[in-house]
Design a binder for this molecule. Structure first.
Ligand code: GDP
Ligand code: GDP
Length: 460
């Protein structure tokens, strides 16, 4: 086991629901023998290729002489002591409560490794609460839904570097690891996973025969074909690590790689769905098109999915070696791209030949750039200067004679970049104006290839 994760938080935020999801059918292994007093439930959890022990701190019944708060506090303290990492859940639908603040305080005082997550964040109902969770000063809140299994990719991305860290420390038999809190005037107290050269998480998705497996194998190099994929725990999460032109990458895919073995037709048909699942684990998604039949419905659906999931996107037109009139075809592709995928405006479009390897350097550069932009943080000062200029150049509308005022902008999160704008009458701000702001952010801060989110919050 690589590490122990404790799920903590006040009652009813969804700790047990998440515990059950992480432990899944293996719940049978949990020691739930009646009569045995166990107030901390433990189970073997799996998430992607991570295996760990998870502790659920949802308490059992209250002892008569025990106050809820006292008991919660003790259970949490114990869980924190037993665990390497604490996953602190708040309820995105309720927002931050005084009880949450007490927990945040315990975790800070215990100097725990904390991952903060706003649960019940499915749909849009949880957005405000999730953003509010920033105020706990425990870094960027992940948005998850334990019940619907959403946001687990982000949880994976948060855990993975820590898991490696703990595995290494264990191996070196060192007792403790320091949590690094980045003391930055802008982003005070933002929790940063210890910086390390960790592989960039990549997914290559596209229709059957677009050339996914050819491309991945080209990246891996011929020798790796023999070893095949490092099988993940579940069939929907298989990855291989590769050195792509000097950059360590973990490539998430399934069908493409499995195809090299014996795969029957039924599995073959699952390939697109598998690819979509791989998106959840990826930071950058390469949408691979067959240049002979680009931008068909299925391609559009796949590209749109990557955008909706908030991944950095690079579109690669494959089989470029077959093209006769390359300049003309490229023009055509660009036009079709702009028309059919406006939501991916600015995403890089590169041409490649997976077969010959031509264009792979361009693809590599586009992936790195998209990843950098996806992670980018812009200072509040710069953003507010920009907002001033934007509203001056093109003021927001004045419904019923009362002008909407955009007062303040700040970046709430990265991966992908998301911004909160405090404004009056947010419900009156037309979608076209939001698009104006998003396109402005994209152009003025040079952010191609990443989805950009804006959250409007009312401020009288
Ligand atoms: P605990 O007391 O923290 O262990 O919370 P539970 O896991 O018992 O969940 C409390 C309630 O929240 C239950 O009714 C769950 O069904 C519900 N719940 C848990 N996760 C989610 C979620 O992601 N979305 C929504 N809408 N409800 C959830
Ligand atoms: P997948 O289903 O997306 O994994 O596609 P494959 O990698 O199996 O490729 C499907 C077919 O396209 C195979 O016959 C490949 O040899 C061919 N192919 C893949 N990439 C290229 C390319 O860049 N140029 C040409 N001419 N053929 C390619």
């Amino acid at each position: 086991m690589s590490f122990t994760l404790a799920i903590v938080g006040r009652p009813n935020v969804g700790k047990s629901t998440l515990f059950n999801r992480l432990v899944g059918k293996r719940l049978a292994l949990v020691d739930d023998t009646p009569g045995v007093t166990r107030d901390l439930r433990e189970g073997d959890a799996r998430l992607g290729d991570l295996k760990f022990i998870v502790i659920d701190s949802a308490g059992l019944e209250l002892a008569e002489d025990d106050s809820l708060q006292g008991r919660m506090r003790r259970l949490t303290e114990r869980a924190v002591e037993e665990a390497d990492i604490c996953l602190f859940l708040v309820d995105a639908r309720v927002g931050v409560t005084p009880a949450d603040e007490i927990f945040a305080d315990i975790l800070r005082r215990k100097n725990a490794h904390v991952i903060l997550a706003a649960n019940k964040a499915e749909g849009r109902a949880g957005e405000a609460g999730a953003l509010e969770a920033w105020s706990l000063g425990l870094g960027e809140p992940l948005q998850i839904s334990a019940e619907h299994g959403e946001g687990l990719d982000d949880l994976y991305s948060a855990l993975q570097p820590l898991a490696e860290e703990f595995a290494e420390k264990r191996a070196a038999d060192l007792p403790e690891v320091d949590v690094e809190i980045e003391e930055d005037s802008e982003d005070e107290g933002v929790y940063q996973a210890p910086t390390r050269e960790k592989p960039l998480q990549l997914a290559v998705i596209g229709r059957p025969n677009a050339g996914k497996s050819t491309l991945i194998n080209k990246i891996l190099g011929e020798d790796r074909l023999l070893t095949g994929p490092e099988a993940g725990i579940t069939r929907d999460a298989i990855s291989v690590t590769a050195d792509f032109s000097g950059t360590p990458m973990r490539i998430w895919d399934t069908a493409g790689m499995r195809k090299k073995g014996k795969v029957n037709d039924k599995l073959e048909k699952l390939s697109v769905a598998d690819g979509l699942r791989a998106v959840r684990f990826a930071e950058v998604v390469v949408v691979l098109l067959d240049v002979n039949i680009p931008f068909e419905t299925q391609d559009l659906r796949i590209a749109d999915f990557a955008e909706t999931e908030g991944r950095a996107v690079v579109v690669a037109a494959n089989k470029w070696d077959l093209e006769e009139d390359k300049p003309e075809k490229l023009k055509e592709l660009r036009e079709a791209f702009e028309r059919l995928l406006p939501q991916l405006r600015g995403a890089p479009l590169v041409t490649v030949s997976a077969k010959t390897g031509k264009g792979l350097d361009r693809l590599h550069a586009a992936i790195l750039k998209a990843h950098e932009v996806w992670n980018r943080r812009i200072s509040t000062a710069k953003l507010n200067n920009w907002l001033g200029a934007m509203t001056e150049a093109h003021p927001p509308p004045a419904p019923g004679g009362r002008r909407i005022k955009l007062r303040y902008i700040t970046q709430a999160k990265t991966r992908p970049p998301a911004f909160v704008i405090k404004a009056t009458h947010t419900d009156k701000i037309p979608e076209s104006y939001e698009r104006y702001l998003i396109n402005g952010l994209r152009n003025d801060f040079d952010m191609p290839g990443t989805p950009i989110r804006i959250y409007l919050r009312d401020q009288g």
